[in-house]
Design a binder for this molecule. Structure first.
Ligand SMILES: Nc1ncnc2c1ncn2[C@@H]1O[C@H](COP(=O)(O)OP(=O)(O)OP(=O)(O)O)[C@@H](O)[C@H]1O
Ligand SMILES: CC(C)(CO)[C@@H](O)C(=O)[O-]
Ligand code: BAL
Length: 301
């Protein structure tokens, strides 16, 4: 397939996926799904490229999901640039783009669908504590996307997520396990800019001053990685103090957690998988980032 086709309705994308898998020359075609909220950058590009290499049919979704925003301002100002996104999706050889409106995703109840997926205590840690309902909103929309985009057997389905959203990734793994969703979760490392800042759609809302302040985020994580590598004390409290004193940055959390349970790991207990997670408000946006402190021990990609 070579032309990128765009679908706005559930009926049309389902028909296209069914047709494409039935017409595939492969006995068991692989369908690769890349869920996004649009405003695409090279981080999304890496996911699309990996999906293109691995799958026979690649589907990207573009949908800014109101259910995962606890802050109406954040939802309202979330960058939206569908025409530009379509250029990147086409360049990456995506077969189908699913870009539903609110009524397609949440028919009859666009603001508040009654039945949702609960992510329990896993969804209430760190990002989940600061953005109440966020991970239930993510799990609900992703479950719906998997249901809508899943190909008929014998085709198989995999979905690609970035490690930048480390808690989201852990929750996606639990989601498919706990609900027996027939989707393989695949993950890719964070794509960063030349100064180390993790690419994020919200970065386009940073001015020059905000951008400089935001660089303290990856720098703090690099300091932790260096301390972990050299066997030093992590001394998170010292780093937190440094970040709290930094101009233009409002630290929410800096913690070291188990990548599967997201439970905090005691300072210095680095004999098992360990991820540093950080979130901070910079200018008009909230940014998150993460680095692996025990790369050899982390869950498989
Ligand atoms: N820098 C990055 N490197 C790798 N994957 C990324 C990166 N940024 C986002 N992703 C992944 O892309 C997918 C879609 O994310 P999303 O559309 O929310 O973009 P985003 O840049 O994370 O935006 P924001 O954080 O501002 O919401 C997610 O799986 C996310 O983890
Ligand atoms: C997975 C996702 C597309 C669900 O809206 C979103 O949380 C994101 O972009 O990471
Ligand atoms: N990638 C995370 C989506 C969000 O911040 O809502």
């Amino acid at each position: 397939m070579s032309v990128t086709q765009v679908f706005h309705t559930v009926t049309a994308i389902r028909a296209a996926v069914t047709r494409a898998t039935q017409e595939s020359a492969r006995r068991q075609p692989v369908v690769g799904i890349v869920p996004t909220m649009g405003a695409l950058h090279s981080g999304h590009g890496a996911l699309l490229q990996a999906a293109r290499t691995s799958a026979d049919i690649v589907i990207a979704s573009v949908f800014v999901n109101p259910l995962q925003f606890d802050d109406p301002q954040d939802y309202q100002h979330y960058p939206r640039q569908f025409e530009k996104d379509l250029e990147l999706l086409t360049r990456h050889g995506v077969d189908f783009v699913f870009a539903p409106d609110l009524e397609q995703m949440y028919p009859g109840h666009p603001e508040a669908p009654l039945v949702r997926v609960s992510t329990g205590e896993l969804g209430q840690r760190w990002e989940g504590a600061s953005r109440p309902g966020h991970f239930d909103g993510v799990a609900t929309v992703v479950t719906k996307l998997f249901t809508i985009l899943h190909p008929p057997a014998p085709a198989v389905c995999e979905a690609w997520f970035g490690q930048k959203d480390a808690e989201q990734l852990a929750i996606m793994r639990r989601l498919v396990t706990d609900l027996n969703l027939p989707v393989r979760i695949r993950a890719l490392p964070i794509v960063r800019d030349e100064n180390g800042l993790a690419l994020s759609s919200r970065n386009m809302r940073l001015n020059d001053q905000d951008y400089d302040a935001a660089l303290s985020i990856p720098r703090a994580l690099v300091a932790l990685v260096e301390r972990a590598e050299s066997g030093q004390e992590l001394d998170l409290e010292e780093l937190r103090g440094h970040l709290r004193a930094a101009d233009g940055l409002d630290l929410d959390y800096l913690v070291v957690v188990d990548p599967t349970t997201l439970q905090e790991i005691e300072d210095g207990a680095l004999d098992k998988p360990a991820l540093a997670l950080i979130a901070a408000r910079v200018g008009p946006v909230r940014l998150i980032d993460t680095m692996d402190l025990r790369p050899g021990l982390s869950p498989s990609k």
